[in-house]
Design a protein around this ligand. Sequence first.
Ligand SMILES: Nc1ncnc2c1ncn2[C@@H]1O[C@H](COP(=O)(O)OP(=O)(O)OP(=O)(O)O)[C@@H](O)[C@H]1O
Ligand SMILES: [Mg+2]
Length: 215
Amino acid sequence: MAVKGLFITFEGPEGAGKTTQLKMLRQYLSGLGLECVVTREPGGTPIAEQLRELVKHHSGVEPVFAETELLLFVASRAQHVRFLIEPAVARGAVVLCDRFADSTTAYQGYARQLDMDFIRSLNKYAIGNCTPDMTILLDLPPEDGFKRTATRTETAGRHDRIEAEAINFHHLVRQGFLEIARNEPQRVKVVSALAAAEDIHHQIVELIKNAFGPL
Ligand SMILES: Nc1ncnc2c1ncn2[C@@H]1O[C@H](COP(=O)(O)OP(=O)(O)OP(=O)(O)O)[C@@H](O)[C@H]1O
Ligand SMILES: [Mg+2]
């Protein structure tokens, strides 16, 4: 492999196919004999997964305020980067992460409209030098994403707190992701999520080969 380790993140709205593509890429990379670490945000370590539960499925007795949500996501990221991602990349693994810092920028920044400069500082604080080598942004209209998740068997139509936001919120999320990609075209590659899963997988493999050479 041309580089020591790689950190690749998958971003995009609900139902875009992030988890599906991440699994297909893991299979492909493992088939090449590479160590592949698959993880997700929020979560990825025991402590970070506890923070995930707090922020996504709270009891309903007490609301989670937007500011609290932002800090919990970033706290989970700080833990995840140090305990799992950095050590794995350092030993030469390919780390595939289902959502990362761009989700915070898109959801809490563009959609919830919290202070963007503050979010940038927080993300930097949590991430340090652990910037993704490549981010795959799977793009699709939110309506199409929800059609997919409504029929998905694992969660059986169960929506978490953020998924349950109004459709306008999810349009802002999508626009936010696309703006991130416009601002950082070198890192963020936009792939239409409307194609067949196999086609998307091949596009992603090509993007990775073009960027990093033969693996
Ligand atoms: N390219 C595709 N075309 C049609 N359906 C797809 C495609 N990719 C995934 N799906 C289906 O859409 C649903 C959502 O896919 P997936 O769970 O991978 O999305 P996700 O981006 O991880 O969603 P979430 O943000 O909710 O975790 C699943 O039922 C999956 O089988
Ligand atoms: Mg998923």
